[in-house]
Design a protein around this ligand. Structure first.
Ligand code: SF4
Length: 397
């Protein structure tokens, strides 16, 4: 049994700390209003433990007191690491089955980005360079907006909702600072920054990594099976998780430099240590992971070479830095075509669907419009250079 010191220096055991979390959950769930709970579930260790404690709390109540619906929400960016998304979808399926049998007021839902705003439609279609720390266009489009839209719908329907997140102080010093600054705690409700009427709290705030792992190792999920697959996934990847980002405040943790599960295409991190970890651990699908890893590295190489990019931005204007150097624009159409071709080849090679037909339709539509725009830009450039070129006859006169 693990024990640790609480802020008042009293020794508290793990069962006591878990009991305290369940007590907070019971109290909040027992409030008179009917605002639904929305549990942010990434399939990672923290959100899995959160869901387990939520489930146990609601299941313990007499049927007539289970009045508030609980929505378990996962997000699929459509470029999730294949092992991680398989784990998320499989566990949500198990949860659905167990709910059917138990009659608990729990539902599951997976949000996705709009087809027009996926990673590939932006990179291959619009030519956006793969995200960097300074140009991280992806988190908003692929994680925050899809979940915000769902929260808005839920909150409108019921005039309020409560979002439960699995964030913990002990995750990192940065996390601790952010949580302290915003006064996030296990039992304090904070307003969601973007959705009126939605309040949020972090019931696991004060648990440390050991607490989470010990509980997952010692107890089975109430929806069936074991946590073995999750534990193995972490062990092989040697890292933490990419959280389900449901607010702008959480965005900085997405694609952070710590080893994490997230988009396999993530070029915000220098090295994808979770994919690398899976490859090095000799995972059964290591060859597949290696191919994804190489593709991601290739995307970075493309991004670093300005010759692959247009000299103007998507709006057709050139932009210069203060020192007069040119800020290059999106990938050229030739490069975008090459990325799609190589992605399709990769799909065949590893036998995994990596892009949806609807994304390809959207990409072709954007290309068609960009080709017209590019032809017009080049024609304009030609006519400007013809009219500004010195007239040899005039010069001679
Ligand atoms: S994991 Fe990386 S690519 Fe995916 S949303 Fe986060 S920062 Fe963007």
């Amino acid at each position: 049994m693990t024990a640790s010191a609480d802020p008042n220096n009293a020794i508290v055991t793990l069962p006591d700390r878990l009991k305290a979390v369940r007590c907070v959950l019971r109290k909040e769930y027992g409030k008179r209003h009917r605002h639904p709970w929305v549990v942010a579930y990434s399939g990672g260790k923290d959100s899995t433990l959160l869901l387990q404690l939520v489930w146990e709390t609601v299941a313990e109540l007499p049927a007539e007191e289970r009045k508030r619906p609980v929505l378990v929400v996962g997000n699929d960016t459509l470029v999730e690491s294949p092992l991680v998304i398989r784990h998320l979808r499989d566990s949500l399926e198990m949860i659905d089955k167990a709910v059917d049998e138990s009659g608990l007021p729990i539902e599951t839902h997976i949000t996705e980005p709009c087809i027009d705003q996926t990673f590939w439609v932006n990179v291959i279609g619009r030519g956006y360079i793969p995200p960097t720390r300074n140009f991280r266009w992806c988190t908003d489009r692929m994680k925050i907006l899809p979940t915000t839209r769902l929260l808005e719908r839920m909150t409108q329907d019921t005039r309020g909702s409560v979002l439960l997140v699995g964030t913990r102080r002990a995750e990192s010093q940065n996390r601790q600072r952010t949580m302290d600054r915003r006064k996030v705690s296990a039992d304090r409700m904070n307003p969601h920054g973007a959705v009126d009427g939605c309040r949020m709290f972090a019931p696991l705030s004060d648990l440390d990594d050991n607490d989470v792992w010990m509980t997952l190792m010692q107890r089975r999920p109430p929806w069936g099976g074991t946590h073995r697959r999750l534990i193995t996934l972490y062990r092989n990847a040697g890292g933490g998780e990419c959280p389900l980002v449901m607010t702008r405040e959480q965005a900085p943790s997405c694609g952070s430099s710590s080893p994490r599960f997230g988009c396999w295409t993530c070029t915000v991190v220098k090295k994808d240590r979770s994919l690398r970890g899976l490859i090095d651990s000799g995972h059964a699908e290591a060859e597949k992971m290696e191919a994804l890893f190489d593709f991601r590295e290739w995307l970075i190489t493309l991004r670093e070479d300005n010759a692959n990019r247009l000299p103007v931005r998507r709006d057709g204007n050139a932009k210069q830095r203060d020192d007069g150097s040119l800020v290059f624009g999106p990938f050229t159409l030739t490069v975008r075509h090459a990325i799609l071709e190589r992605l399709r080849t990769l799909e065949k090679r590893i036998g995994e669907s990596l892009i949806l037909p609807a994304e390809i339709d959207s990409i072709e539509d954007i290309w068609w419009r960009d080709e017209i725009r590019e032809d017009a830009r080049q024609a304009l450039e030609r006519s400007v250079s013809e009219t500004t070129e010195p007239d040899p006859a005039g010069a001679m006169a």
